[in-house]
Design a protein around this ligand. Structure first.
Ligand code: 2HA
Ligand code: ZN
Length: 301
């Protein structure tokens, strides 16, 4: 190799490294990515993300895609079939935590721990266009996220953008002691604190203990998400949605807080759920009515 060739090779390597770093930082500074990373860290600080537990996805707005496109990979990854399909997500772009990545590391380096994926025109495959440096793929729960995005997008007229999965201790414990149906779990949550029904007027859906990351849990969850913005996964955690990061995090937090208070009250009461005082069904109706929220009457007496 002569001098000109090796100089060119050095230049190309340096240029690629600088370009990669600029592209990483340019996208990391976008407000949606700052909000994404903040939620991951907030969930970690709550203790909901042991090891690689939990995951987060965000459906990008068109203007956010336009702002980031100049920094996308020159050569996107290969298309990967998802085994699920959605017409209303053809050509969508998602930010997703990476499979096996730890939520506690996201804020330290979004470009290593998070990827942006593009959905193909058929709505059944993704390819990586940014991030997940060092190689990787979106969260193992991506089929659940994808199907739930499709359902929530339809149910909310396009407002829903965030899907968040966490492993909050008290909700998981709740699924061990309360009958595993949506009505019983919702009533335990609603009656724990007056604020819970405000965050959760439709109550939660509940899926039984299932294999994590599979197509069955994706199908069951998305079916329940037609009517609920949060679904409790027995023995596992919670899957919840929202129009923005504050709403999705706030919903997770409200559900977990209610489960915690229910558990504390059970302990103070010697394990009995027969409490001296509680929130009546008419109290729940009045709270919802005061905010103009329609409450899920199927879960009330
Ligand atoms: O991302 O939480 O459900 C790891 C999980 C799987
Ligand atoms: Zn999980």
């Amino acid at each position: 190799m002569d001098f000109a060739d090796s100089a060119q090779e050095l230049f190309d390597k340096g240029y690629a490294a600088v370009k990669g770093a600029v592209a990483g930082q340019a996208v990391e500074r976008q407000p949606f990515m700052v909000g994404f990373a903040r939620l991951c860290n907030d969930g970690w600080l709550q203790g909901w993300h042991e090891r690689n537990g939990g995951n987060l996805t965000y459906r990008m707005a068109d203007e956010e895609v336009r702002a980031c496109k100049p920094f996308f990979l020159d050569e996107p990854g290969r298309w990967t079939a998802m085994g699920v399909q959605a017409d209303n997500l053809r050509g969508a772009f998602f930010v997703a935590t990476g499979a096996g990545r730890y939520m506690r590391n996201v804020q330290l380096s979004p470009s290593r721990n998070v990827g942006i994926v593009e959905i193909n025109d058929a709505g059944d495959a993704w390819r990586l266009v940014w991030g997940l440096e060092g190689g990787g793929r979106p969260t193992s729960e991506f089929p659940s996220h994808f199907m739930a995005h499709s359902v929530r997008m339809k149910a909310t007229g396009g407002a829903s953008r965030v899907l968040y999965h966490a492993h909050p201790d008290n909700v998981i414990a709740l699924t061990k002691v309360v009958p595993l149906d949506a009505r019983s779990i919702t009533r335990a949550l609603w009656k724990a604190t007056t604020e819970c029904v405000m965050a959760l007027p439709m109550g939660v859906g509940v899926v039984p203990c299932m294999v994590p990351g599979g197509p069955e849990i994706a199908r069951e969850t998305s079916e329940l998400m037609k009517a609920h913005d949060a679904v409790v996964w027995a023995q596992h955690g919670v899957f919840c949605s929202g129009p923005d990061f504050d709403s999705a995090f706030g919903l997770m937090h409200s559900i977990e807080k209610a489960a915690h208070i229910h558990g504390l009250a059970l302990m103070m009461n010697g394990g009995s759920g027969d409490f001296a005082n509680t929130i009546s069904d008419d109290d729940l109706r009045a709270i919802a009515q005061s905010l103009g929220l329609s409450i899920n009457e199927a879960f009330l007496d």
